[in-house]
Design a protein around this ligand. Sequence first.
Ligand SMILES: [Zn+2]
Length: 118
Amino acid sequence: MNEYESRDQIIRSMGFPTYRDYLQSKLWRGIRQRALLRTQFKCVKCHGRAWEVHHTEYSRLVLEGKMIRTLMPVCRICHQLLEEDKKQRLEVEIEDWKPVPRPKRARAITMKSRRRAS
Ligand SMILES: [Zn+2]
């Protein structure tokens, strides 16, 4: 189960059919407001005006509004960059499962040393 599937499972157990319904709820609007107030509506990345809140994790405590310290107020641009970074990190993790190809440089060194040996 990936983090979005576990997030949606928590969301449903809280009585929201989808995550979108949750984002439109009074509960989320209150949480979002409290998170934004922590930085006086400043983006934690660029210190510009924050309009959005980035989830660094989707735990039950965060989704229920019992913990807001992992919620990062961000501007739209920084939020997009953060989401892209998250995707990149996931790709790197998947990449790790593949066998690592032999670097070209190592082969060149081998050839050179062979030449030197003869
Ligand atoms: Zn920003």
